[in-house]
Design a protein around this ligand. Sequence first.
Ligand SMILES: *[C@@H]1O[C@H](CO)[C@@H](O)[C@H](O)[C@H]1NC(C)=O
Ligand SMILES: *[C@@H]1O[C@H](CO)[C@@H](O)[C@H](O)[C@H]1NC(C)=O
Ligand SMILES: *[C@@H]1O[C@H](CO)[C@@H](O)[C@H](O)[C@H]1NC(C)=O
Ligand SMILES: *[C@@H]1O[C@H](CO)[C@@H](O)[C@H](O)[C@H]1NC(C)=O
Ligand SMILES: *[C@@H]1O[C@H](CO)[C@@H](O)[C@H](O)[C@H]1NC(C)=O
Ligand SMILES: *[C@@H]1O[C@H](CO)[C@@H](O)[C@H](O)[C@H]1NC(C)=O
Ligand SMILES: CC(=O)N[C@H]1CO[C@H](CO)[C@@H](O)[C@@H]1O
Ligand SMILES: CC(=O)N[C@H]1CO[C@H](CO)[C@@H](O)[C@@H]1O
Length: 683
Amino acid sequence: MSWFQVLTAVALSTGAFAAPHVLHERRHVPLKSYARERVQPHAIIPVRIGLKQSNLDSGYDRLMEVSHPTSSNYGKHLSAQEVHDLFAPANETLDAVLNWLGDAGFDENDVVHYENRGWLAIDMPAETAERLLSTEYYEHTFSDNSRIGCDQYYLPAHISPHVDFIKPGVKLSPPVKKRTLEARGFGGRGRGGPWPPGPPHVGPNPFPHWRPPPGSGHLPKDLQNCSVLVTPNCLKALYNIPQAKYSDPSNVMGVYETSDAFSVQDLQLYFQKFVPYIPQGTSPSVVSVDGGVAPVAPGDARNGGESDLDIDLSYAIVYPQKVTVYQVDDPPNASGQYGKAGFLNTFFDSIDGSYCNYTAYGITGDSPDVDATYPDPAADGYKGQRQCGTYQLTRVVSISYGEAEIDLPKAYVERQCNEIMKLGLQGHSIMVASGDYGVASFPGSDNDTYGCYSANGQHGTIYNPDYPSGCPYITAVGGTRLYPGQTIEDPESAMQVNLTAVHIAEGRPPGNPVLALFATGGGFSNYFKPPSYQARAVSQYLAAHAPDVPSYVVNSDASNVGANGGVYNRAGRGYPDVSTNGAFQPFFVNLTQETYFGTSLSSPIFGSIITLINEERTAAGKGPVGFVNPVLYQHPEVLHDITNGSNPNCGSSGFSASTGWDPVTGLGTPNYPAMLRLFLSLP
Ligand SMILES: *[C@@H]1O[C@H](CO)[C@@H](O)[C@H](O)[C@H]1NC(C)=O
Ligand SMILES: *[C@@H]1O[C@H](CO)[C@@H](O)[C@H](O)[C@H]1NC(C)=O
Ligand SMILES: *[C@@H]1O[C@H](CO)[C@@H](O)[C@H](O)[C@H]1NC(C)=O
Ligand SMILES: *[C@@H]1O[C@H](CO)[C@@H](O)[C@H](O)[C@H]1NC(C)=O
Ligand SMILES: *[C@@H]1O[C@H](CO)[C@@H](O)[C@H](O)[C@H]1NC(C)=O
Ligand SMILES: *[C@@H]1O[C@H](CO)[C@@H](O)[C@H](O)[C@H]1NC(C)=O
Ligand SMILES: CC(=O)N[C@H]1CO[C@H](CO)[C@@H](O)[C@@H]1O
Ligand SMILES: CC(=O)N[C@H]1CO[C@H](CO)[C@@H](O)[C@@H]1O
């Protein structure tokens, strides 16, 4: 360790506190409305300092270099080491921050420097942290947990430029919500019932009096009912997907899960009925991140459906290829359940080596409940060390979880998005479900029944874009559907299902009014601009098809969201990028077949299709496709443009699907043979 060698000769232990401070981060909306009290002065807070990384401004260009179809370096992905070296914080950044901590009286043994050089971890009493950052730490009480944070904090002027952000800080991560899980109590199980409550679903036969449409007579029997019961055969017919034949170990399909867990028996029932060539007993490998546990028994409260259906769909498309589940966080306090951590952090740590050694140093003790920390002191908690760089990430991973972008500080979101960029540089393809309530976030988000946003004089009328869909380095997947009179030969529409009406048709109570607005998530980020690969698509959409509602142009700290009565940011990154069917699909959960809805279904379908393309490229001696957006925006002709339907919410009409890219269905649904030809033609 050399950092004390660079200390100035007069290292005053008060210097760190006396230096002139500048405001580093402030919450737009102070958290005063929650019950809270000052953290006890002697309580130990695990402080994490995110260092500014170098070369991040060139990250986008580096990613385009390996992902854009016209680049001569297409497909020449970087190794993990090359990526780490490229972005590691500059030595002067590290030296400056270590000197500052040294001035404050910390010893080098107090500070843990994470392997990828992005983070410093240091445990300190609350009163010390408060002096260091000129702030006050509060413990905020929520219904089932409490989290620490502050409304703003300051750093010395010469340190601020070297620091991304500090945790705990202005970020109080909201409880992480599963795409479909947020519809808690909506899908048949009552409010207050078991957790997780499961994705929205209805009975096995949503249209009891339905008969195959007249135009379906010439179709094979198993394809006649595809408008009301979307089986794997229907999906394959819609997108011309052949039965898979490869199983190269490099192309195992990955799915991310937290808290929710699959049941082996449910998978078998699905395979038996809908994909009978998959042998009974087939089940995914489970990578347990920080104590994640799966599978569970069919009747377990954690078997809410999300994992079952992600795995069912992946196998149905990629078998004989294998599937790996990243089961993230220990069950009693899994982040999805108690919202203790940004929901992707522990996952990215486990595959990217940043949070190691956290508990190996420093003071442990009565640390208040801040982030998911391991070993977890809870009775059934995970007792091991936090995992860091332990696992290889599969080439493709599908994530059907998300939250409202605006609930996370911009710097936090940008930093996590950069991690996704680094994975793209290494040749990984990350898919995420784009959301299920149209232009709103989850019902209940931001204290709004419909999940809409309120600010700048507007109440529940501002659109509420999704995280991580707004990240320009991810492939956000929206949902589509057929209408009951249609067949697989008709074009699909945007996924928009009045679940209230379906409930009534089934003779059930109508349920929450939000269910009438169930529709594919889409819109424009408040934190990211349209990336260059998307800029033309977005401007064409806005020029020709902008909805008849006021908009705003977001400012650099996103504090003017909703200004002048605007309801969406017309200068934002648009999402989704692509879409696939996300309605009327049958799954077995807790041994019972029901019919499921949501972009949770769409993301694993699209990810599995990318896996098939990677397999063909492997067979042709080529590498993985990595980040697919630049190729797809350059060649929208390999997707079926979806031009019907919309995603209304927040008291207005939302956006409409239209010719070309739109913030409802993106570029459209896969035309597999055309996509394959294109990707095989690239180096
Ligand atoms: C940064 O520090 C490391 C280790 O002290 C050293 O090996 C490296 O050469 C330094 N890099 C630069 C650019 O000074
Ligand atoms: C299709 O729907 C009809 C009418 O409900 C039903 O009789 C038939 O069994 C269904 N076919 C399949 C393959 O599910
Ligand atoms: C699973 O089904 C069984 C039998 O119907 C039921 O008793 C149990 O409560 C169900 N489990 C959950 C979590 O819904
Ligand atoms: C949420 O809304 C309720 C009812 O409108 C209100 O009483 C409460 O203060 C709001 N809470 C926050 C945090 O805005
Ligand atoms: C949804 O369906 C219900 C029942 O048919 C109807 O009352 C309601 O107006 C519909 N809502 C929308 C937004 O279509
Ligand atoms: C277009 O979408 C509307 C709902 O927005 C639906 O009622 C209609 O059937 C769809 N038309 C076609 C041709 O798919
Ligand atoms: C992954 C990592 O950084 N591991 C380190 C944790 O700390 C021990 C002791 O200093 C090192 O030996 C490991 O390399
Ligand atoms: C099952 C379990 O140990 N749950 C714990 C999760 O964390 C909360 C505090 O955030 C505890 O109260 C629970 O006991």
